[in-house]
Design a protein around this ligand. Structure first.
Ligand code: G1P
Length: 292
């Protein structure tokens, strides 16, 4: 275990995307505000990161996305009304959710040039520190926060770690894919990374999901603004340039992922999260039976 490892306290959440796949719901509302049961996607991501000891957040936003920052502010009128009506439980829940004052900041991406460009936009926030990235579209259902699992792997390996999962061969072209150096089971050391390769060229079927812990040096590679898959500045390409000079591992995390950027994935998440809630599970089971 490396001795002088910097603690992981920062997270970047790219949230500038337009959410075209969920129109018209996302016409005036940020897609990250879509709820799974009763909580918006963005809040799941923030809570997962806080459970990993993250204390500072940077949202990379764009036009029409300010409500995501607002969501984490104190809603004074609402709190007062709840207090007046004696809704103590709801009030306490709102207050427990509130992150520490000053812990959330945002930067604007301004132009949609890709995920790598979005992360580069947070460079002043990242400075010289290791940082987590959470893509809120990927919703995690894990006993131990997925970001906490990555943080643990970072402390073990002293370098970059991405959460990975195996997908059927015919779906590898939707993801960042690992070129495996050594597969140790839970941890996989990486010798290369490819963004959305054609199926026949994919080096494996181990794919990156939207959870990362990266070293700040990735920023200097992203700064070159080299365009990759889809003509965008890809995070995967920037990360690939770290390999060789820094440890780089994939982590087979424990838990499940729901792709909430996809309609079927979003609906499945509703079911899974409702079934995990004691207050809703019986009703959800009953519903499923009736439609089964
Ligand atoms: C992004 C990344 C990709 C990763 C995926 C996980 O792709 O570029 O490497 O596998 O997130 O969700 P996107 O889903 O934005 O196309």
């Amino acid at each position: 275990r490396p001795v002088s490892l910097k603690p992981l306290k920062k997270a970047v959440l790219p949230v500038a995307g337009l959410g075209t796949r969920f129109l018209p719901a996302t016409k005036t509302m940020a897609k990250e505000m879509l709820p799974i049961v009763d909580k918006p996607l963005i809040q799941y991501a923030v809570e997962e990161a806080r459970a990993a000891g993250i204390e500072q957040f940077c949202f990379v936003t764009g036009r029409g996305k300010t409500m995501l920052v607002e969501h984490f502010d104190v809603a004074f009128e609402l709190e007062r009304t709840l207090a007046e009506r004696g809704k103590e439980k709801e009030l306490a829940a709102l207050r427990a959710d509130a992150p520490a004052p000053g812990s959330i900041m945002s930067v604007r991406q301004q132009v949609p040039m890709g995920l790598g460009h979005a992360i580069w936009c947070a460079r002043a926030f990242i400075a010289d520190d290791p940082f987590a990235i959470l893509l809120p579209d990927d919703l995690m259902q894990c006993e131990v926060s997925c970001t906490a699992q990555l943080a643990e792997a970072y402390r073990e390996t002293g370098g970059n770690v991405v959460a990975i999962e195996e997908v059927p061969r015919d779906r590898v072209n939707r993801y960042g894919v690992l070129d495996v150096a050594e597969d140790h089971g839970r941890l996989v050391s990486v010798k290369g990374l490819v963004e959305k390769p054609p199926i026949e060229k994919a080096p494996s079927n181990l794919t990156i999901i939207g959870r990362y812990v990266l070293m700040p040096e990735v920023i200097s590679h992203l700064a070159r603004m080299e365009k990759g898959a889809g003509g965008e500045v890809q995070l995967t390409d920037g990360m690939a340039k770290l390999i060789g000079s820094q440890p780089f591992h994939g982590l087979r995390y424990q838990g499940r992922r729901f792709d909430c950027g996809d309609k079927a994935g979003f609906l499945e998440a509703q079911v899974a999260f409702a079934l995990a809630r004691p207050d809703l599970a019986p009703a959800m089971r009953d519903i499923l039976q009736r439609y089964g």
